[in-house]
Design a binder for this molecule. Sequence first.
Ligand code: TRP
Ligand code: SF4
Length: 330
Amino acid sequence: MKAGRILSGMRPTGKLHLGHLLGVLKNWVELQNSYECFFEIADWHALTTHYRETEEVKDNVFNMICDWLAVGIDPNKAVIFRQSDITEHAELFLLFSMFVPLPWLERNPTYKEQLREMEGRDLFTYGFLGYPVLQAADILIYRADTVPVGEDQLPHLELTREIARRFNYFYSPIFPEPQAKLSDVPELVGTDGRKMSKSYGNTIPLDTEEEELKKIVRGMVTDPARIRRNDPGHPEVCAVFAYHKIFNKDETEEIAKACRRAEIGCVECKMKLSEKLNSFLTPIREKRKIYFNDKKTTWDILFEGNKKAREEARKTMDIVREAMGLKIKW
Ligand code: TRP
Ligand code: SF4
């Protein structure tokens, strides 16, 4: 017996990096063993912000499938599908739009924050305001009860529950109220010590080759108090050390001590990290290449996933149309 049904998704807006892997994907790989999982490539959601860059979206979708498969999402355990292939999502989104009060959307903190963050893009669009309504349709169309997401998505989940409740109250109680499942790993910092984000250019993409990896690690921010080799360091403020704690657990203590006593230089410390990161990323990179080069197999995996997702979505829409009085028995 499965513990429940999961729906989660990611927007295909660019390369996946270590932050996605540790913060989200590792969790998914675990969950696919105990839950019935639907993992969505939310390409319509990508369009809400990137509606001028449509030519990139399909490549990003393909790359995202490769990344997911490379890190261990298993199409025999989980359903991998693309949002725009399941057009039923759009129908449910439209029906929800009829009864979702505008203030629910306007007060959404994630919406307000994104408007601020993405300055330079015109996001005063109908689609962007409706982003969480589409997300609610994504989740509820599979009648998922569990949604693994990051903390930034909690307002969207709350809104999803409010939409489910309103639907259930107005028409017929058919939707569960899905719960968020936060991952318990602390966020991985970027290479400059700030939050890891593509817009800061401080990420480590999953397909980084060895030489490039060395370069990135060489450029990582260390303890600013260590100016000379014999200045004692403070590992707790150093981004390199934060990575050692995750990718080089066995030597963490030793490195912390050596750093505090100025017995290890930052150059050497970074070299050690490069090696560890490289052995971590090599199998992922290799597996990724196989999927990337075998385009047919990889697209086929999506095709098959789409079929399974569509079947579930259709079942729900049938019930929804009935509940909203739209169904005619011909
Ligand atoms: N909004 C999510 C994000 O930016 C992506 C997403 C789209 C999603 N649809 C979803 C997440 C449904 C969970 C469930 O990360
Ligand atoms: Fe950071 Fe390592 Fe340098 Fe210490 S020795 S400051 S942990 S890079």
